[in-house]
Design a protein around this ligand. Structure first.
Ligand SMILES: [Zn+2]
Length: 71
């Protein structure tokens, strides 16, 4: 479960990274599609509440008994 520690809103925005292909011409934007966009983040990734604007890290937003904690 993810929840804002301030207003308890149950959505959050996580700053995640993706792998992408880069060649001589720069980033291949055509390579970025549903098949390979797998955002990577961890419990220290920046996290923000879209409702109240609270900013912190993912660990601030998730409860440790969540089944997907640590993923
Ligand atoms: Zn909030």
């Amino acid at each position: 479960m993810i929840r804002c520690p301030d207003c308890e809103y149950e959505w959050a925005e996580i700053l995640a990274t993706i792998m992408t292909a880069v060649g001589a011409d720069g980033i291949d934007y055509a390579d970025i599609d549903d098949r390979n966009v797998e955002p990577h983040w961890n419990d220290q990734s920046f996290c923000r509440c879209p409702e109240c604007g609270y900013e912190g890290v993912v660990a601030d937003f998730i409860s440790r008994d969540s089944p997907w904690y640590g993923h």
